[in-house]
Unconditional design. Sequence first.
Length: 153
Amino acid sequence: MQKEKDENVMRLLKKLNLAMESIGNAMMVKHGMSASQCNVLGYLTDHKEQDICARDLHISLGLSKANVSSLLKKLKNGGYISFASDSLDERLKHIHLTEKADELKGEIEQGFRDLEGCMYQGFTEGEKLLLTELLGRMLKNLKQQGTGGLQHD
């Protein structure tokens, strides 16, 4: 019985992710941008005062290096970011938001607020905090497991 509940949670999490991406894609289509690109842009906006490079996005957002590279290329081609070489290490490219990205900041933030508001409809503050804590613990458990494969009972 427990295994059925666990599988159900995994399916629900996957469906939740797909629904969020679908809504995000629909919100950003008018800018020629995907929800994933918007997520990266949102992160860059939130950390605008820091020197961010692709490695930082890979680590902070949990995306593969290839995915980060692809997203950054699309954002650069769309005119939302530019790159500047590091003065000490030419291999490092710092990511900078363009004016075009700055113009979208408010819309991106509002989109995130609207999506969260929709998701948390009917939730108490305590339920929101508990959900965040539980999901964080699940993620931590999976990260601790690493890539060595999951153990089966």
